[in-house]
Structures are given as structure tokens and as C-alpha cells.
Ligand binder design. Structure first.
Ligand code: ZN
Length: 322
């Protein structure tokens, strides 16, 4: 077990490890003495559990549990999908797993490198799980790690914020497609071309046809464009043609029907494109465009003011040189 997990001054994570050790020694399930409050999860399909995050930025009150995260339970092990913005959020997710099953966590999957999805990873180091991510995940996260850690300190304070030691490199990198088995239960991974980020990975639980889309799908929470607007629009057209019994958005409800779930995001992107193209035609500058493009969508989304301007800038920059 990594010493840093035991010695770091982070009561929740250390307590979770202690509880895990205690449960291993005693052979008792961790729920007998929960060290941290398990994230509340919903079983959206047999053996598929999802925590629905609030539509919030990182703050002490939410402990970093601000992205939807979940896990799939097979006959022999568990795969966790995304881990939250802090080790505390990760520890709460691990507690949620332990509350549902005694099976070991075999895999921790990151759908992309954004901090709200990946900076709870270190809470799972002691489980011995293999970390799975897109082949471009490590490079992208390394490039942003310091700024993510600094931002988390500002938003959540030193006690909750992750440190650079909490950055976990993947053991298994997916460049194209991969299937992993949880014991009679296959998970299919697909590395996507640049869209929300340059390292978006989708995960399908074959048994229940449940498709974890990460932040390729936002519902209610305004999307944020960090990879390529045009790439994302193209990918959405391709993903829309696939079938799935249900999808899990990176932000939104625990599950939704497909492809209907995509409609609000499609409408917002169409609006952004139409607005930015009209502004470019008129020769309007970037700063003005950032304040006006997409505004008619404002009432339809949570966190609109936090993300729309930078989306408008991203779209403007992509479209101005076409
Ligand atoms: Zn994201």
C-alpha cells in the first residue's frame, strides 16, 4: 500500500484506507464501520451504479463530487468509471462500491483528464486496481496538472485539494478499442477523436447495453468545449447513429435515453455556430462575440455564465480561419 496514502494529512482518504485494511483483516464488509460517507448511487441497470453530481463548481461543500461517476459489478470484480475532483470524492466513491459489493476493484477508468473526473483516482491506489484511460490522457493531464491542483486549492482549500502526488498515470492506455472482462461481464472501450477533449474515452457495459459517454454528453449542465468544437459536432453525428439501451452523461441525470439525450446539447451547439457565424460575417470582435453568442440558450442551462463565454471564444477561434 503506498505510504503516501497513509501518511498524508487528509482524514477522509486515510480513514477510507484504514477502513479498507480493517475490513480485509476482519473479513467484514466496510459498511460495518463506514469511514467516509459513501456517495449515494442509483442502480440504473442490473449491476450498474451511478452517482448523480450536483451542477456546481468545486467547493468545500461538495467535496469535489461534481461529476457523475459510477461502477459496474461483474462476477469477479468491479470497474469504477471516473472518480471526482478530490481524493475525498474518490474515497466516497470507493465507500459506495464497498457498500454494494465485497468484490475487488479491478479497473479505474477515466473518461478524460478533466479534474472533476480524474483527481479522485489516488483514493483507489491501495485497491490494486489497474487504471485505464485514452492513450492521450497522460500527456494531457501532465500538461494541466499544476494548474488543476492550484485551481482546486483556490476553490476547495488545502485540506480537500489534490496534490501532484494524486495524479495517477494509466496502466492501460486505449488508442483505439479495447475489451476488458469483469468475470462474465465485458466492458468495451473506445478512444474517440478530439471532441470535448483530445482524450475522450467511452465505456459500454455489454450486458446491459449501458453506455458511459463521459463529457461527450452534458445534460442541463452547460457543455464546455476544450478539445475541438468541429470535432465534437462530427463525433456527435457519429455517436447518434449508434444504439444503446441507455447512456450516462458526464453531467446530468444518472441515465437517459439515446439519442434523445443529445438533443439539448445539439441545439446549443447549433445556436453557438449560427451566432458566431453571423458575428464573424459582421466583423464583430472576439470579446464582443464572447458576450453575445449563444445568449438565447441562457435559461436552458445550469452554469451558463461560468462556461458560455469560453465556449463562444473556442467556436469563434475555430470558425474564423475556415
Ligand atoms: Zn470534462
Amino acid at each position: 500500500m503506498p505510504q503516501d496514502l497513509l501518511t498524508r494529512a487528509r482524514p477522509g482518504a486515510a480513514a477510507a484506507v484504514a477502513a479498507l485494511c480493517a475490513s480485509l483483516v476482519a473479513g467484514a464488509p466496510a459498511e460495518a464501520a463506514p469511514a467516509v460517507e459513501p456517495l449515494p448511487t442509483t442502480e440504473i441497470a442490473p449491476g450498474v451504479f451511478v452517482y448523480q453530481a450536483p451542477f456546481q463548481l468545486l467547493a468545500p461543500g461538495n467535496q469535489g463530487a461534481i461529476a457523475n461517476v459510477g461502477f459496474v459489478v461483474g462476477r469477479e470484480g468491479v470497474a469504477v468509471i471516473d472518480t471526482g475532483n478530490t481524493p475525498e470524492a474518490g474515497a466516497r466513491l470507493l465507500a459506495a462500491v464497498k457498500a454494494r459489493t465485497d468484490l475487488p476493484v479491478r479497473y479505474v477508468v477515466n473518461t478524460h483528464m478533466h479534474p472533476d473526473h480524474a483527481l479522485g483516482d489516488s483514493a483507489f491506489r491501495a485497491t490494486g486496481a489497474k487504471f485505464v484511460a485514452h492513450a492521450k490522457f497522460a500527456r494531457a493531464l501532465t500538461a494541466r496538472a499544476q494548474s488543476y491542483v492550484d485551481a482546486a486549492k483556490r476553490q476547495a482549500g488545502d485540506a480537500l485539494a489534490p496534490t501532484l502526488d494524486d495524479i495517477v498515470k494509466p496502466d492501460i492506455e486505449v488508442a483505439d478499442r479495447l475489451t476488458l472482462d469483469l468475470g462474465g461481464r465485458a466492458l468495451e472501450f473506445e478512444a474517440e477523436p478530439t471532441a470535448h477533449t483530445d482524450n475522450d474515452l467511452t465505456v459500454r457495459d455489454v450486458q446491459t447495453d449501458t453506455w458511459f459517454l463521459g463529457d461527450l454528453l452534458f445534460m442541463t449542465h452547460l457543455p464546455s468545449v476544450d478539445g475541438s468544437f468541429e470535432g465534437w459536432v462530427k463525433l456527435m453525428a457519429r455517436l447518434r447513429e449508434r444504439k444503446a439501451a441507455r447512456v450516462v452523461p458526464g453531467h446530468g441525470p444518472v441515465s437517459a435515453g439515446w439519442p434523445a439525450a443529445l438533443e439539448p446539447q445539439q441545439r446549443y451547439f447549433d445556436r453557438l455556430r449560427t451566432d458566431v457565424e453571423a458575428l464573424l460575417d459582421k466583423g464583430v470582435d472576439l470579446a464582443t462575440a464572447s458576450r453575445t453568442a449563444g445568449l438565447s440558450e441562457r435559461e436552458a442551462w445550469a452554469l451558463f455564465d461560468e462556461f458560455n463565454a469560453r465556449n463562444a471564444i473556442a467556436v469563434y477561434r475555430e470558425l474564423e480561419w475556415r
